[in-house]
Design a protein around this ligand. Structure first.
Ligand code: CA
Length: 231
């Protein structure tokens, strides 16, 4: 559980498999991040609270408390540190999404450390670029303020994860414009579309289910998605 600090900020890796945490530490350090490794759920939770990391790489299967519970507790406390989930199985992805935990991204094992680094950079970049985002956006019943990261739907506040927020903001920034899944991956997630476009679909589905009757996203079959006042 050694710790290294860096100007780029600290990434908290919560992973009980030594081989994986060693690899992540090496690759993330090489990119200039400080890295702190916790090996149990309770440790992960307490370091997330005390070290104020700029991002977390969070394994799902952990001793003590599992990763989904760690995330749930942090969100319940109002801690919105960007979280990249690592899962051992594909079906855990559905569980993570189904629980609406407020994960920012997920990656399935076995993964390449390079890809984890790319994802970490991406969640950090998105969280940090919020400050120089465009002015408030309004479309139909949805109002979104990229500076405060607040969303109002029909006048009522709505909670979105960082990724969901960025996705909706991107669509709302150009109402009516249709974005392909690949475009959204590179423009919102910030990495090339090597991960497949299912990520886009699941996040769009999450935003839509939160918007409910006030859904402003239109599916353009065979093309992608757009935001429209009356889709
Ligand atoms: Ca594990």
């Amino acid at each position: 559980m050694s710790e290294s600090t860096s100007a780029k900020g600290l990434v908290l890796v919560v992973e009980d498999e030594r081989a994986i945490s060693d690899l992540l530490r090496m690759y993330l350090s090489r990119e200039g991040y400080g890295v702190h490794v916790a090996t149990t759920g309770p440790d992960g939770l307490s370091y997330a609270r005390t070290l104020h990391p700029i991002a977390m790489v969070l394994d799902v299967g952990l001793p003590g408390i599992d990763g989904t519970e760690v995330c749930r507790q942090l969100r319940a406390e109002g801690n919105w540190v960007p979280i990249l989930f690592c899962t051992a199985r594909d079906d855990e992805v559905d569980r993570i999404i189904g629980l609406e935990l407020g994960a920012d991204d997920y990656i399935t094992k076995p993964f390449s450390p390079r890809e984890v680094v790319a994802r970490v950079k991406s969640v950090v970049r998105r969280a940090q670029h919020a400050a120089d985002a465009p002015g408030p956006l309004s479309l139909g019943p949805v109002q979104l303020d990229p500076v405060t990261r607040r969303v109002l739907v029909d006048g009522k506040p709505m909670m979105l994860t960082a990724t969901e927020f960025d996705l909706l903001a991107h669509l709302m920034d150009n109402p009516g414009r249709v974005y392909s899944r690949d475009q959204l991956l590179s423009e919102v997630w910030g990495y090339a579309a090597v991960v497949g476009t299912r990520t886009v679909d699941v996040h769009v589905a999450q935003v839509r289910s939160k918007l409910g009757d006030h859904d402003i996203i239109r599916t353009v079959r065979g093309v992608g998605y757009s935001a429209e006042a009356s889709p």
